[in-house]
Design a protein around this ligand. Structure first.
Ligand code: SAM
Length: 291
């Protein structure tokens, strides 16, 4: 279904259900080598980016998503030195990762260089200069190819991809999770955006099946990001260390205070609570009878 060419932007992720944004100003529109990119201004959500008809990020609510996909695994791990970001071309994930002064190296593998360049220009508040961080190694490539071939190892891998359609589809494959597992140091953690289970429950089920036999500890955690419609978004969690999810709240509090990072959504209580999942999601991810 093509977007309606009017002053409205209609998200086309779902047939028969979706959200509409008034476009007060079209800032940029281009067909890149990989996808259709649109960035526009909306009076409520600020600047908005969409790829192939799906809302990717807005200035108003991006902090929720980026804080939860970075500070949860990094503070749970406690001694992260090397981080890999797959996707994340808008730069918001990178911005939050760079706030951790103990991190020594960040590799970011984004398939579409045009997304990076256009977001630097039209969404500057997302990266806020993080692309200039000397710890960054920016790679323009397919994240699947990178994790399948790299010899590098990481403490945290964050998959900040589009939905499992188009170029993002491969980032939800069994090969991808297996390759990420190979690229993790001992004690490493993989986290991924895994859709809104109310609308995309099969995505959660499939990821659970693929993580179940692979990681010593796997689960999901969640946060409600308003423009990822359909309720709370789930984030997949795959770790080689099953103690991270049992950390005392006091430990998380000490680490958060020690990080010196000022957040707008993340705090240790939200961190711990985010791993509590609604019954229908638990029923979906556990084998029958395990709930
Ligand atoms: N927050 C968004 C969400 O939850 O849907 C994701 C935002 S970020 C802009 C998604 C990025 O993933 C895009 O820049 C896209 O180009 C990138 N991407 C998609 N497929 C990829 C692949 N196979 N390898 C690397 N990056 C990919």
């Amino acid at each position: 279904m093509t977007e309606v060419l009017s002053t409205d932007y209609l998200e086309t992720l779902y047939e028969g259900y979706g959200q509409r944004f008034r476009m007060d100003k079209l800032l940029h529109e281009v067909r890149t080598d990989h996808q259709r990119l649109v960035i526009f201004e909306n009076p409520v959500m600020g600047r908005v980016m969409a790829l192939d008809g799906v809302i990717q990020t807005t200035e108003k609510d991006e902090f929720i998503y980026h804080e939860m996909l970075t500070h949860v695994p990094i503070l749970a791990h406690g001694t992260v030195k090397r981080v890999l970001i797959i996707g994340g071309g808008d730069g918001g994930m990178l911005r939050e990762v760079t706030k951790h002064v103990g991190i020594e190296h960040i590799t970011m593998v984004e398939i579409d260089g045009t997304v990076v360049e256009m977001c630097k220009e039209f969404l500057p508040n997302h990266s806020k200069g993080a692309y200039d961080d000397p710890r960054l190694n920016l790679v323009i490539d397919d994240g699947m190819r990178f994790v399948a071939t790299t010899e590098e190892k990481f403490d945290v891998i964050i998959s900040d991809s589009t939905d499992p359609i188009g170029p993002g589809e491969v980032l939800f494959s069994e090969n991808f999770y297996q390759a990420c597992h190979r690229c993790l140091n001992e004690g490493g953690v993989l986290v991924t955006q895994n859709g809104t289970p109310f609308m995309q429950l099969q995505e959660v089920k499939t990821t659970a099946e693929r993580m179940r036999g692979l990681f010593a500890d796997w689960h999901f955690y969640q946060a409600a990001v308003p423009t990822y419609i359909g309720g709370s978004m789930t984030f997949a969690w795959g770790s080689t260390n099953s103690d991270y999810r049992k950390l005392p709240l006091e430990t998380l509090r000490q680490r958060f205070i020690g990080s010196g990072i000022v957040t707008r959504y993340y705090n240790p209580e939200v961190h711990q609570g985010s791993f509590a999942l609604p019954q229908y999601v638990l029923q979906a991810i556990n084998k029958p009878g395990n709930v």
